[in-house]
Every structure is written in C-alpha cells, then in structure tokens.
Design a protein around this ligand. Structure first.
Ligand code: PLP
Length: 384
C-alpha cells in the first residue's frame, strides 16, 4: 500500500488561530482595525527595535509600497538577484523602473555582493537583497556598497522570519525597509499578508497612507476634534493593500509560536544534514557565528556523481508520494524578463548551475519525524 501523499508545504494552524478568527468574525470588525494594530505592535515587539511595523496584505504589496515611499520611478534601476520569486522584480516594474538582475554566490545562493558594483549605473537607485531560503545575505557588504554609491536598500525578507545576521534579527538591520511575507507556505502565515518594517518614520508614514487609497490619517487625526467623523482627505492615488483583522488575528497567534516553529525547523534541517551527508548532494549552507538560518527552504543540489538527473529525482519522489519544488526558475529564464531585457543564461552561470541541479525537500512544522524518515529513506534509495 502506498503511503498518503506528503505535500511540499502545509500551514501549521490549530484551534488557537481558528478561535481567534472566529472571534474576529463574531466581533463585527473584519477589515483593518484593532487586530491589525495589535499584530503590528506584537511584531515590532518581537523584533525588539525602534523600527515600526506596518501591516499589508502581501509581501508583494509591501515591497511595492516600500519602493514607492523611496520615490523609485520611471528611469530608475533596482538591483536584485536573478534567483528569486518574480514578485521581487515585478514591483519594480509597477513603478515604471527597471530591475537589474545579478548572479548569485554559489555557496549561499544569495545575491553575490561582488557582482553588485558591476551592475551599478547612473540610473541605479536601490538594491533589493533576498535572504534566500532564510539565510541572511552578506548585509555588511551590501550596506557598504549602498552607502558608497548612495543607494537605498530594501530587503526582501519573505523567507527570513526569524533570521539573524551577526546576532541581529533581519528587520533590525541598517536597510531602509525590510518586507516579510505571511503567505500560506512561509514560516508563519496569515493566508495572505505581509509586514513592512522600517526605522524611517517618513517611509512608515508614506506606506501607511498608500496602503489605503492615499488617505492621510494624519490630516484626519489633526482635525479629529473639530471635524465630523465622515471627513477624510486623499493626498495621493494610493492602493488597496491593507491587512484584514481576520488575517491579523491569525498572525497574532502564529507569532506566539514562531520560536517553537523555528526550533522545529532547525531540528529538521539538522536531521536532513546528517542523514543526507553521504549522498551525491550539495547540502544547503548554514548560518555561521551568531547568525541564524530561518530554514524556510531546504534546498539540495545534485552533484555530477548522482545516478539520476534532478528531473528524474523529482519525478521518482513524486511517484513515491513526496512533494518537492524548485526555488526558483531564475528570472532570466522567464519569457517576460528574458525578452524585455534581452537576457541570456550565460550571463548568470552560478544561478544556472544551481537551477539545473536543485530541488527543495519538504520541511515544515506539521511534518512528523516519520514523514521526514520517509523523505530520507526515499532519497537514499534513489541516490545511493
Ligand atoms: C513569497 C515571496 C514573495 C511574495 O510574498 P507574498 O506575500 O506572497 O506577496 C516575495 N519574494 C519572495 C522571495 C518570496 O518567496
């Protein structure tokens, strides 16, 4: 008898989230309100910094709003890695600016800082590092390059909660803004949702205005005592990117468990590391020193010695009821990005090599030890 299918990812939700959401539904306040505010405060408290947390309905929206707040627009260029999800680049296009793709470091699979300087032009305005899989980029180097060249830094931290870089949590580093994702398969989830974190009050203010139709609450608040409750002022053609209280209620409960989630993910990564060490695989780089990997993804790469190809391995695992994925098909391979910017695979040799050999194994807190044993045993059967 075949075992049931083991999905690549599943959210970890229990009665606490269900009760919190039910309570919100019964309260009569289902869109942005007290729960969204509370979620923002809890999130900022978790980061334990003077940064402000502004909730949004996705990381994509958050990245867009952060770049908008920094004034990125037509004619500007934003440097980002080719090995990322298309959201990182598409938000640059929303604003009429152009993403400039850079190759990755073959060990960390993060953007290669040594290639960033070569990509800077007179039009460059910002760098968007992506903490791939949950391992922090070389932020000292990236912040240095940004300072020297007067560029903004917006961190795509969709994989990086909670990630530490040299002891500091991602979200508290010296970038202009950091954006987290609470999409269904991320390390914590609100179904759809995101958080923009920034120490710059002007960026926070602009994101708060633009996430809700360009309605200025400040203008409203200033006159709140003398104007009727129906009064508001539109100061820009904003967007509809606010997080609902239903989602925020879930987020508050997920955040309470995040340290336990991280511990579980770490244990599972350590177990994969040990059990797969002798196979023809390149195992994922771990964080060193007092850095901390969030283990959103566990990405392995097949070596030349592997008896089967990456595609065959995925196919065999799937037939054995094990879901895997590939993170990512590099942006330079997608028709839109390739054609618009005339990109060729040989411009990105490291991302190409990684892409051809990589797969992501299931790693999530809902998986049992038995589930993981199954993945390990099947990998060993297929690759030994
Ligand atoms: C998931 C993801 C996003 C987008 O997050 P959403 O919350 O789904 O908008 C952006 N960048 C990366 C690298 C991601 O993995």
């Amino acid at each position: 008898m075949n075992s049931p299918f083991l999905p690549f990812a599943l959210p970890d939700i229990d009665e606490r989230e269900i009760n919190a959401v039910t309570e919100c539904l019964r309260s009569g306040w289902i869109t942005t309100g007290p729960k969204a505010k509370e979620f923002e405060q809890c999130f900022a408290r978790y980061l334990d910094s003077n940064a402000e947390a502004v909730s949004v309905n996705s990381a994509t929206a958050g990245l867009h709003l952060a770049l908008e707040a920094l004034g990125i627009g037509p004619g500007d260029e934003v440097i980002l890695p080719t090995l990322t999800f298309t959201a990182t680049a598409e938000v640059v296009r929303y604003l009429g600016a152009d993403p400039v793709l850079v190759d990755i470091d073959p060990i960390t699979l993060n953007i290669d800082p040594s290639r960033i300087e070569g990509a800077i032009t007179r039009r460059t305005k910002a760098i968007m590092p992506v903490h791939y899989g949950g391992l922090a980029c070389d932020m000292d180097e990236i912040i240095d390059i940004a300072r020297v060249n007067k560029l903004y830094v917006v961190e795509d931290a969709a994989h990086a909660f909670p990630t530490r870089y040299k002891g500091r949590l991602v979200g508290t580093l010296d970038s202009d803004a950091t954006v987290f994702s609470f999409y269904a398969n991320k390390t914590m989830t609100t179904g759809e949702g995101g958080m923009v974190v920034t120490k710059n009050p002007e960026i926070a203010e602009r994101v708060k205005i633009m996430r809700i139709h360009g309605i200025s609450r400040d203008v409203f608040d200033r006159f709140v005592s003398t104007t009727p409750s129906w009064f508001y002022e539109v100061v820009a053609p904003g967007f509809k990117d606010n997080l609902t209280d239903i989602a925020a209620a879930m987020g508050i409960e997920q955040l309470r468990k995040i340290d336990r989630f991280l511990l579980r993910r770490e244990r599972m990564a350590a177990r994969y590391n040990e059990a797969l060490a002798d196979l023809p695989l390149v195992l994922p780089a771990d964080a060193d020193g007092d850095s901390q990997h969030a283990w959103h993804l566990y990405v392995v790469r097949l070596t030349e010695e592997a008896p089967i190809s990456r595609n065959e391995l995925i196919e065999h695992l799937s037939r054995q009821g094990i879901g895997t994925s590939v993170h990512y098909i590099p942006l330079h391979r997608h028709p839109y990005w390739r054609q618009r910017y005339g990109l060729e695979p040989d411009q990105f040799p490291e991302a190409e090599a990684a892409y051809q050999s990589m797969l992501s194994l299931p790693l999530y807190t809902k998986m049992t030890d038995e589930d993981q044993t199954r993945v390990i045993d099947t990998m060993r059967e297929l690759l030994c």
